[in-house]
Design a protein. Structure first.
Length: 269
């Protein structure tokens, strides 16, 4: 990557000073009706009162056993990211997905403190739904930037011991690590590490499944592997695949990872 490309990448994707790490929009990319999925259009308040938007996708099977909640990546909004989860509604999953402040119909403007609080508010909201719904498993699925946000939000989530599984898909611990990788340390210290998780990750007491492609062209594979290695909890597993892409594990290799994921969750105690 040339110097100009390095600078451009940082400016557009990572610069903590201007919060351009967040790339929200309000475009409607897809709708649950296209997948014949029943859903609820929801709103809830963040910690500071900012109104956030969410969808609850309902399982196509009766009496779903699992509630999966989704922390999406840095671009677009939930109307594009929910497509990653649509297939799960065929297999006894209800899915909750939300937008950080400034994304989609959520109020406000994204910043590190705000999105961290949004993540915590989402965990609290989803936990209430989990208890009311009588589900067996409460699964937190965090992809790309959503992984870094979820890791921080989980630190303050008082019910984290009831999380059945944390999935870290194509993600990283902090934006500063991504900046160092993309720019050969040129801009490392210009990137804020505020409101990122404690790197000791002692709060991750739940089972953890990490997933990353060796050919990920957005978040380098070694960043996902380093994050996995830092997790002190021995109840963890790492899945590697070799298809070029980012966050598309359920669409590669004839969708074989869908069955692998379903079986993995079934085996959880």
């Amino acid at each position: 990557m040339g110097n100009f490309s390095k600078i451009l990448f940082v400016c557009l994707f990572l610069t903590g000073c201007t919060s351009l790490i967040y790339q929200p929009d309000k475009y409607m990319y897809a709708h649950p009706d296209q997948f014949k999925i029943s859903f609820d259009n929801l709103t809830f308040n963040s910690i500071d009162g900012t109104k956030l938007s969410a969808w609850k996708l309902h399982s196509k099977t009766k009496n779903p056993k699992n509630l999966l909640i989704w922390f999406h990546g840095n671009a677009q909004n939930l109307t594009s990211h929910f497509v990653n989860t649509a297939w799960m509604t065929d297999h006894g999953y209800d899915v909750l997905i939300f937008d950080y402040r400034g994304y989609g119909l959520s109020e406000g403007k994204p910043d590190p403190k705000g999105v961290s609080e949004d993540g915590l508010a989402f965990l609290n909201y989803a936990y209430g739904d989990f208890k009311k719904g009588g589900y067996e498993k409460f699964i937190v699925y965090a992809q790309s930037l959503g992984g870094a946000i979820a890791l921080r939000s989980l630190e303050d989530f008082i019910h984290r011991d009831e999380v059945s599984l944390l999935v870290l898909d194509s993600t990283f611990l902090s934006p500063r690590e991504v900046a160092r990788e993309k720019t050969n340390r040129l801009f490392k210290y210009l990137i804020s590490n505020s409101f990122t998780a404690n790197p000791e990750l002692k709060h991750l007491t739940m089972p953890v499944l990490s997933i990353h492609s060796t050919e990920d062209f957005v978040i380098a594979y070694f960043l996902g592997k380093d994050l996995f290695n830092k997790i002190p909890n021995p109840q963890k597993e790492f899945w590697t695949f070799n298809t070029r892409g980012h966050g598309d594990v359920f669409f590669v290799e004839n969708q074989k990872y869908r069955d692998l994921f379903l079986n993995y969750v079934k085996a959880l105690k």
